[in-house]
Design a protein around this ligand. Structure first.
Ligand code: SAM
Length: 331
């Protein structure tokens, strides 16, 4: 266990159809009530315990982490936890102009910003709101100005939706020091109508980019790195591809996930998690919580992505039962 992803809210200001489709998450959708959500004190306490079990990297996610009130105050608490070597956050970027400075001052080290396309028509469709790329580019610029680097740009690639714009995205960020990471469209959750035919494999993404911008494979920076790295042959930077569907990496997974309501989730595709909030609020000691987490982790057998073909019928729809949604546990 090296990496803990903490979902700080189940709410989001975007309605990406592949994650939180607007027709499901409308005005009347019931998000978690406040008492169910872990407080900053509780998140910090659990983070300290996770660190004693090997965690060195914390990533705040969601939902959209920047819609959680006072988020810099949480960053500040976590930045003081001894043993944390890497403190980062994944965001859609919309609120970064407002928060980048306070996040940096609070101790955030770097940031990942999601941006699926630079074509406004495509991007509007993919964020489910009427936001243009300028909203996100302004956020990226704000992160640059306060040096939240290296900046990673996440792009989920969906065939027939944004795959014709992936080279433009690469070209835009080539030479900036930012790392675009293309993610295969995954069958997370139950709401995105996932189908294998919508997946553009990492191989195809690499081949397509390579036709216009020469790239070559590079070694991973550390064991268990989710993205395969490619560097531009002219030395002007790198990109990454995340082959979670076509080449799963369950065997190397060192990531634990903490849901907004305090469940320990051991796989992005899990059907549920183990409640830590209940025992914590009922007076469990740090030692007892540590043992609970350790037991769950030691018994972990998840390898959903490796078994996906067994879960997937001929039409390509997963039928493994209801899974946790991405916005509840973050990416
Ligand atoms: N709101 C933040 C954001 O937009 O980055 C953080 C949460 S979001 C769930 C984290 C990442 O998961 C984003 O880059 C998003 O594009 C990605 N994601 C969501 N659903 C996905 C799917 N079905 N397949 C692949 N990536 C997905």
């Amino acid at each position: 266990m090296r990496d803990l992803r903490i979902s700080v809210t189940d709410r989001c200001n975007f309605r990406c159809p592949y994650c939180m489709p607007a027709e499901v998450f409308g005005e009347r959708y019931q998000f978690l009530p406040k008492p169910d959500i872990l407080t900053f004190e509780e998140i910090e306490r659990l983070a300290r315990i996770f660190v004693t079990l090997g965690v060195r990297k914390l990533r705040l996610t969601g939902g959209e982490p920047l819609v959680r009130a006072e988020i810099p105050a949480l960053v500040e608490r976590l930045s003081k936890v001894k043993g944390v070597e890497d403190l980062t956050l994944t965001t859609n970027g919309y609120l970064l102009p407002k928060y980048s400075d306070s996040l940096k001052r609070a101790g955030l080290q770097r940031i990942t910003v999601s941006l699926d396309s630079l074509d406004d028509e495509v991007f509007r469709r993919m964020n489910g709101r009427d936001y243009t790329k300028e909203h996100v580019l302004r956020g990226i610029q704000a992160a640059e100005e306060v040096d939240l680097r290296p900046i990673k740009i996440n792009c989920v690639v969906q065939r027939g939706v944004n795959d014709h714009t992936i080279i433009d995205l690469a070209r835009h960020f080539k030479g900036t020091g930012h790392i675009v990471r293309y993610i295969e469209f995954m069958d997370v959750g139950n709401l995105n109508g996932w189908n294998l035919s919508q997946v553009v494999t990492a191989r195809e993404i690499v081949d397509r980019i390579n036709t216009e911008l020469s790239i070559e494979p590079a070694l991973p920076t550390y064991r268990g790195e989710v993205a395969s790295r490619y560097v531009y042959s002219d030395g002007s930077g790198e990109i990454g591809v995340i082959a979670s569907v076509s080449a799963p990496f369950c065997g190397d997974c060192t990531r634990a996930r903490l849901s907004t309501d305090g469940k320990l989730v051991t796989c992005l595709f899990a059907k549920g998690g183990a409640d830590l909030r209940g025992p914590m609020r009922n007076g469990a000691s740090d030692h007892q919580l540590r043992e609970l987490i350790k037991n769950i982790w030691d018994r972990r057998t998840d390898r959903y992505s490796e078994e996906r073909s067994a879960h997937t019928d001929l039409s390509g729809s997963a039928h493994a039962g209801r899974k946790i949604e991405m916005f509840q546990i973050g990416g």
